[in-house]
Design a protein around this ligand. Structure first.
Ligand code: ADP
Ligand code: MG
Ligand code: MG
Length: 882
């Protein structure tokens, strides 16, 4: 059972594909060695040993000890030096390195093997006394800090005391004698802190170093880092024991870090920093100001050229931007690390596109190089990074909807709309929002709420609209009456300005400068490639490809989504059209009508308005399919609540307020989400759906005659029994036939249903007889499968996630094990009845990457999501296909 792997001239036992066993650092040290890149030899103790270390109460088996001893002997033979040798000792670094890079989270010890004899040996042998003592003081500090848990600060103080006494400021101004004093003081610090003398036995040092690295796998920072970055399923870190090279040898030595391309812009230029006469972390530690890599070209052109060649070689080999560590020892170059470099979203896109253009990777590979989160960074306005540094956050809430917004404060939706009409930019600040605030939310640049969670009304609506939103910002105390918001004792009034960052939840005073993204240049090229990849997907159903559509209710949203690359509308919610004042009133009359006649009269007025709505949508979507869902929500959601509203409606309808009130009460339901809604409205009030179908087909006929290509898909919601669909389809057919014959227009249309009640999925074979398409409404399907009310999850789901009952909020990330089974069943049974059945998803999940991947595997033809998620869905869908 091999537990330790050697890399060097003698033999190299690992390679880049062995990351899970050797860690990224170890695997790449092997790979570089095999490629002929100069790497100091060493060996890697595998992650398997880390696992055993923890399993065996932090001890090592004899087998492990033997393999380490054997490899150490091999290293000593290859180097011609021995650990602890009094004349010419071998020194090593003991370095951490897990399969996934966790920069700076775990520990590393340099110059290990030094003791009072060896330091004299090095001094004598090299004639470089200063270097010998500099290495020793570095070792004591690092070992003390990392292995023995001494206070870093105590060492700093000891070093400072020597500098003070000598009257110098820089470490480099200390000579050999001074450094000897530093070593003495460090020894005292060590003794005081640990009660023991600094260990002199190099083998004891080595095992203590190995222990420390394995232990650092479970230090607080590392655990937190894995949690934040969702790194799961790793068994531990590897330990790399590597012969030292010395950047602190003198003025012709140095150390640096570099990126083969700029990690913040992606620009193809060799970017890095270095320091001469320095070691290890000096460059990043900020003790001295490092030099730009370009300066090395003047200082040492030969080394610079060599470094450039290695950078090119490694980039070609790994086919990606590399993050490198190098050290120069007396004019000789060594590489100490390479890995695929971390980068911003902007850099990720630019690098992926450049690498394809340079012929290094394929379009499919490029598509996999940008994560949906990285893409997301590019799609929202951001605070100019040059500015953000200087801003002081005054409060922090939930990062409910990404992007930044700046504007003056308003406290009501009406004020927001009025300000927008005057061309002002405002931030709508509220305790929480409700459906009546939609107009104001739309008019505002951004929304800040004091209460509510990630699924609160404000959060969901803001995400849908692409408005930045910070929700549940508890530090904000709002007085609606006074129109003030108090934050940490400071009172903000209407007209004061605020900036919110919905990406991280921060709130700032004043108007920050924002940068607005565009779908152009490389970003556009990249997404076009993603589309090509998607188009190649082999699918059952109507046609190949894996489509991305949008959920859009208004022409403006539809146009925006189209700009973002939507290939149609997957869900047009007709009720959202009624939030407009005039329509809402007509609608209210319809709802409270007592008789069919009254209702039909009211519907006539609505018909006119709906025809206009659909004409607008169809025009915006010229040539692309539009799925229109017939009325879905419980009627009482539209009724007036305040006395003033009720009186106004009563007056309009020529009826007594009291009588109206009692009719309104009659509409109340104990459980509206499970009540009189969806197709149940269509079954009980057929004239409502008839009106909607008439509006859709009339608008389609009108626009078709104008030369616009209209592809309407009529969708019937909340079907649980096929009998509902059968009846409503027949009703719709009568209206469609009438309109088409009256207008003489030729319109290709479809009639389908949503699968959002578990019973519909269970009986999908029957339902499919009457459906041209299925669209999985995973919001309701999740609600009814879990029995969690969507509107009330805020009270317990966060706790469920904390306590690990749930991994994610099932309304954001599709529950593949449970709800997913219903989707699979729906597709399978539906296609058994009707092989050409078109299937899609239109819940919030349609824009969530892991859910999109699931949808692809479930065989769906289309995903549909809110306009601002469309680019992300295009990428995630392409990644599912690759
Ligand atoms: P991290 O994972 O935190 O970057 P590393 O193991 O890469 O830690 O090491 C920290 C620093 O020490 C790096 O700058 C690295 O280049 C340097 N270093 C590590 N091993 C050696 C060595 N054998 N010789 C010289 N410098 C080394
Ligand atoms: Mg490193
Ligand atoms: Mg629904």
């Amino acid at each position: 059972n091999k537990l330790v792997y050697f890399f060097g001239k003698t033999v190299t036992e690992g390679n880049a594909s062995m990351k899970s066993l050797l860690g990224g650092k170890g695997a790449n040290l092997c790979e570089m060695t095999s490629l002929g890149v100069p790497v100091p030899p060493g060996f890697t103790i595998s992650t398997e040993v880390c696992k055993q270390y923890y399993e065996n109460n932090r001890t090592y088996s004899d087998e492990i000890k033997k393999q380490v001893a054997d490899n150490l002997a091999k290293l000593e033979a290859e180097m011609g030096k021995k650990l602890g040798d009094a004349n010419d000792p071998l020194l090593v670094s003991v370095r951490s390195g897990a399969a996934v890079s966790m920069p700076g989270m775990m520990d590393t010890v340099l110059n290990l093997g030094l003791n009072l004899k060896a330091v004299e040996g090095i001094a004598k042998n090299t004639g470089n006394v200063r270097f010998a003592w500099d290495s020793y003081r570095r070792f004591i500090q690092m070992f003390g800090d990392v292995v023995a848990g001494c206070e870093h600060h105590d060492f700093e103080e000891a070093l400072d005391s020597v500098k003070r006494e000598k009257g110098v400021e820089q470490d480099l101004e200390l000579d050999a004698e001074d450094l000897k004093v530093v070593v003495e003081r460090y020894m005292e610090v060590y003794k005081k802190s640990t009660g023991k003398d600094f260990p002199q036995d190099p083998v004891e040092q080595l095992w203590a170093g190995i222990d420390a690295v394995f232990s650092s796998w479970n230090n607080d920072r590392a655990i937190k880092y894995r949690e934040i970055n969702k790194i799961e399923g790793l068994i531990g870190t590897a330990v790399n024991v590597q012969s030292m090279v010395y950047g602190n040898y003198g003025d012709t030595s140095g150390t640096g870090v570099c990126f083969s391309r700029d990690p913040s812009t992606g620009e193809n230029y060799f970017y890095g920093e270095y320091l001469m006469n320095a070691q290890g972390e000096d460059v990043v530690a900020g003790i001295r100001t490092p030099l730009k890599l370009s300066a090395l070209e003047d200082q040492n052109p030969v080394i610079y050229k060599q470094l450039v060649d290695i950078k090119d070689k490694l980039e070609k080999h790994y086919k990606d931007m590399q993050d490198l560590e190098f050290t120069i020892q007396e004019g000789k170059l060594f590489l100490l690390q390479t890995r695929n470099g971390k980068r911003t979203g902007n850099a990720a896109v630019n690098i992926a596109v450049d690498l394809v253009n340079e012929g290094m990777i394929s379009k499919e590979e490029a598509v996999m190089r940008v994560t949906p989160d990285q893409l997301d960074q590019l799609l929202h306005p951001m605070i100019d990074p040059a500015y953000e540094k200087d801003l002081v956050s005054i409060a922090k809430g939930l990062n409910a909807s990404p992007g930044a917004a700046a504007g003056t404060i308003v406290f009501t939706a009406e004020d927001a709309e009025a300000a927008k009409a005057k061309g002002e930019k405002v931030i709508l600040v509220r305790k929480e929002t409700s459906p009546e605030d939609i107009g104001g939310m739309n008019a505002a640049e951004g929304i800040l709420t004091a209460t509510g969670g990630m699924t609160s009304h404000a959060a969901v609506v803001a995400r849908g609209m692409g408005r930045p939103c910070v929700a549940g910002c508890k530090a904000v105390v709002i007085s609606t009456k006074e129109k003030t918001a108090t934050i940490e004792g400071k009172v903000y009034k209407e007209g004061d300005s605020l900036t919110i960052n919905g990406t991280d939840g921060n709130v700032y005073e004043g108007m920050a400068k924002l940068i607005v993204p565009e779908l152009s240049g490389n970003l556009n090229t990249f997404l076009t490639w993603a589309d090509e990849v998607r188009a190649g997907a082999k699918r059952a159903g109507v046609k190949d490809g894996f489509g991305v559509r949008t959920n859009a209710d208004l022409p403006e949203d539809a146009r925006k989504a189209r700009e973002f690359g939507a290939e149609g509308i997957g869900l047009c919610r007709t009720e959202h059209m009624f939030f407009d004042e005039a329509k809402l009133e007509a609608f209210r009359v319809m709802i409270v009508s007592d008789t069919v006649e009254e209702r039909k009269e009211a519907l006539k007025e609505i018909l006119k308005l709906q025809i206009e709505d659909f004409e607008g949508i169809f025009e915006a979507m010229d040539g692309l399919p539009v799925t229109v869902r017939l009325l879905d929500p419980p009627l009482h959601e539209f009724v007036p609540h305040t006395d003033a509203e009720i009186n106004a409606l009563a007056a309009k309808m020529n009826m007594d307020s009291k009588a109206l009130k009692s009719r309104l009460e009659g509409l109340n339901e104990a459980n509206p989400m499970l009540g009189h809604r969806g197709c149940r409205l269509g079954v009980t009030y057929p004239e409502i759906y008839d009106m909607q179908v008439e509006a859709i087909m009339t608008a389609a006929a009108t626009q078709t005659k104008k030369g616009i290509k209209v592809l309407p898909e009529i969708m019937i919601p909340l079907v649980g029994k096929f009998e509902e669909l059968k009846m409503l389809r027949e009703n719709a057919q009568v209206v469609i036939d009438r309109i088409l014959s009256e207008t003489g227009a030729k319109v290709e249309y479809m009639i389908g249903t949503m699968i959002e009640i578990p019973r519909a999925a269970l009986t999908a074979d029957e339902v499919a007889q009457y459906a041209d398409f299925f669209s999985f409404g995973t919001n309701d399907l999740t609600q009814m499968t879990f029995g969690y009310s969507r509107d009330d999850v805020g009270s317990f789901v966060p706790e469920y996630i904390n306590k690990k009952v749930l991994k994610d909020d099932p309304f954001q990330v599709l529950d593949q094990d449970g709800v997913g089974q219903l989707v699979n069943m729906g597709v399978e049974k539906g296609r058994k009845t009707k092989p050409e059945l078109k299937t899609s998803i239109c819940g919030e999940h349609g824009g969530e990457p892991s859910s999109i991947d699931f949808c692809y595997r479930a065989g769906l033809n289309v995903v549909s999501c809110s306009p601002y998620r469309v680019p992300i869905a295009r990428l995630a869908a392409a990644q599912a296909v690759v």
